[in-house]
Design a protein around this ligand. Structure first.
Ligand SMILES: NC(=O)c1ccc[n+]([C@@H]2O[C@H](COP(=O)([O-])OP(=O)(O)OC[C@H]3O[C@@H](n4cnc5c(N)ncnc54)[C@H](OP(=O)(O)O)[C@@H]3O)[C@@H](O)[C@H]2O)c1
Length: 223
């Protein structure tokens, strides 16, 4: 296979899907998601792709899913879940559920794929958030997960000098997650007010296309 290989989690929809579409002309893609039909639709729309059907919070399944990957040029962590509400109402189950998807899964997947990334002098992109840079009322659980993701990326960059590691911090993007967030916030949703997923995908593509010539530690993208 002559194309560089990119694995994108959360590529069944939203930002991850847009990143898959942006990298489709240049990369062989592993399309992450849990919904087989949705993942198959993205695979079919890409020039060269295959499904990466995995529940990211199941460490055993995750290890099996990556066992055959020997070389990986780009790993994009886009899968994530939202939470919104006061600290007073955030119970342990919510904290554990959000941290499992937003922090522990990308940490585990990165660890499992380090040999393959090292073999390719690869790039790891974390789709973080503005909430990974500052937090305000209602954002404790989600922002804590994204602050942790910033720390994961910064530590990884310092430890793995042969890899490039980028945190991308978008503002609000028009996706299913944004619609869900508006429901939680109790206000009407107007998708035209926010970033399109393709704008975040173009930012990721820019970082990918820089190749080994430069490191972009972090990138903020706002509507
Ligand atoms: N939307 C925004 O305004 C916004 C702003 C800043 C940052 N972000 C971040 O951008 C990333 C993508 O968000 P989005 O808006 O594109 O979200 P989305 O449209 O809700 O899509 C979420 C994706 O994550 C996958 N996913 C969720 N839980 C998973 C699990 N346990 N195992 C495997 N896959 C799982 C989903 O797969 P299934 O289809 O199988 O459920 C889906 O592909 C997230 O990390 C989010 O925090 C979003």
């Amino acid at each position: 296979m002559s194309r560089p290989v990119a694995l994108i989690t959360g590529a069944s929809r939203g930002i991850g899907r847009a990143i898959a579409e942006a990298l489709s002309p240049t990369h062989h893609l592993l399309i992450g998601g849990r919904d087989a039909a949705a993942v198959a639709e993205v695979v079919a729309a890409c020039e060269s792709a295959e499904p990466f059907l995995t529940e990211l919070t199941d460490a055993d399944t995750l290890a099996q899913s990556v066992a055959d990957i020997e070389r990986l040029d780009v790993l994009v962590h886009s899968a994530g879940v939202i939470a919104y509400g006061p600290v007073a109402e955030a119970d342990a189950e919510q904290w554990e559920r959000v941290l499992a998807v937003n922090v522990i899964a990308p940490a585990t997947l990165t660890r499992l794929l380090l040999p393959a990334l090292r073999a390719a002098s690869g790039l790891v992109v974390f789709i973080n958030s503005g909430a990974g840079l500052s937090a305000s009322a209602g954002w404790s659980v989600y922002a804590a997960s994204k602050f942790a993701l910033t720390a994961l990326a910064d530590s990884l960059r310092a430890e793995e000098r042969g890899l490039r590691v980028t945190s991308v911090h978008p503002g609000r993007v028009s996706t299913d997650m944004q619609a869900e967030l508006h429901l939680l916030e109790g206000r009407p949703y107007d998708p035209s007010k926010y970033l399109q997923p393709s704008a975040v995908a173009q930012a990721v593509k820019l970082v990918v296309e820089l190749g080994t010539s430069a490191v972009v530690p972090s990138l903020r993208v706002t509507p």
